[in-house]
Every structure is written in C-alpha cells, then in structure tokens.
Write a protein that binds this ligand. Sequence first.
Ligand SMILES: [Zn+2]
Length: 310
Amino acid sequence: MKVIDLHCDALTKLARFENANFRNDSRIYSNYERLKGGNVKVQVFAIFIHPSIPKEQKFKEVLRQIQAFHKFVLSEPGMVHIKDWNQIDELEDGQIGAVLSLEGCDAIDDDIEKLKVILDAGVKIVGLTWNYENKVGYGASEDSTKGIKPFGKKVIELLNERDIIIDVAHLNERGFYDLIPLAKKVIASHCNSRTLCDHPRNLTDEQVKMLVEKGGRIHVVFYPPLIEKEKETTTIEKLVEHIKYLSHLVGAENVGFGSDFDGMDPLSVHHLSNASEFPNIIDRLRKEFTKEEVKLFSEAGFVNYVKQFA
Ligand SMILES: [Zn+2]
C-alpha cells in the first residue's frame, strides 16, 4: 500500500551534513531508498530553522534548505516536485511526489516579502510558528492564552490568497482558535490526540473536531513523547491507539501520517524508525481496520482532501 507522509526533516540534514547524499545516506531516515522501500508516494519535506540559528542567518538558512531540496532530493530519478496538487493524481509508478512545507515563520521575522520569496519556491504548506514566539504568534511551548499578532493576520491573508494550506502543528491553543475562522485551508501535519497523551503539541478533542469541521485533517506523528507521555521510545500499538481514537472522533477519512522522520533523532517508535518501515504500521492497521480504511489513512484521505481544491 502506498503512503503519503506529511512531515519529515531531511532538508535540515541535507543542508548541514558534510558529504550528505539523499540516495542512501544512513543518517537520513527518510532518504530516497528508504522512501522507495516504504512505498512512499508523496513525501512532504519541511524547511525548519532551528531556534539556535542567529536571527540574521535564518532567512539564508531557508534558502540553503530550498537549494538542498533541488540539489539532492529532486535530482534522484522519479522525484517530482509537487507545485500543484493536481500533480499527485498524475504520478506514475516509480515516481515520488515531493512537497515543500515551511515549519514556522520565524525566518521571515516581520518581512512579508520574505514569505513571498519562500512561497514562490513552490512551498504548499506553511506553519505559523514552531514551539516559540515569533512575529506571527506563539508556539506550543509558550503561554497558551496569547493569540495571533497583527502581523500574523497579514501572513494569514497572504497564505489564503496563495491557496496555501496552513499547518496548526506547533501553534499554541489561543493561536489555533484565532486562526480557524481566518484560514481558508488548514491541516495538522504532525500531531496526536491530547486526550491520549497530554502534551501541548497534541490537539484536544475540541480542536480536532473544529479542524475537521473547517475542512481540515490530522496526521499522526511518530515522535514517542507525543504518543506516550514522557516516553523516549514506544510501540506501533500505542501509535495505533491514537489512530483508532482519532478516527472514531472524526472519521478514518480525516486521519493520516506525518512521521517527523529526521526531526526526532535519536528517539523513535520500535519497528518504525525510518521510512522503509511504513509497511510495519500498515500491517498492524490491517488487523484493526478494513482495507479501505487503511488506504484512507495511508494515502487516499489526503488525496481526496487536496482534490477538493485542485
Ligand atoms: Zn515539528
């Protein structure tokens, strides 16, 4: 069964590692051979700027990661840059769609022109914050009662104009509630259920329902502390509990995968530590769900979602 994965951090490694190679570099958990091995059909590659990167270098680092996407990712045979959601339907056997996303607007500071440059590079999904405060709003590690800032509203306007999907992963609670009525398209690219694992990065039942009512969906993350509270490793069974819970809450058609491979080393789920191990979770899901439901989780739910606005 084919897989669509809404989040990996391979670009941060490709831009930073010496002698990086995307094809089979064992340090990269979502490398080309592993994506092939895991039957990945579409992989979203996040541009992520670590908070330790000095303010004046952040935008330059965005450009480096976009360059790495072209130099390493798109140069492998059959990799297709998805700039238009229609292209997913046109992928042939052996091709892998590659989507760019931006994980937080920290690198643009308060300069909307910088965001335009990033969107012009073909970015399709944008998160407003990472875990901390920026000029747009407050991340999941900040005060949960502080909302989207005036500049954030300008950012949301531009994202709506450009038909960008706005990602609520890493946004704090007040920011989420401020965003929902303002956003055209929303998604949670890598979040789990807060009812099962109480962590500010996970979404409450109310948030998940509101997200889906708005036309969005939730993609579960494989980061152990977001699956089981304060755990550094966990099992596929525990992750499947989140998928079960969320699909009962909002329907199997609104739940998918957002692995976070390359964004959580050295932590990982047992037998689900890199993209080649996707078949392990598919096999486990087949014991609990119908084939149609498993297909919705693994690819069809997202394909149907983007079809609405293709
Ligand atoms: Zn993340």
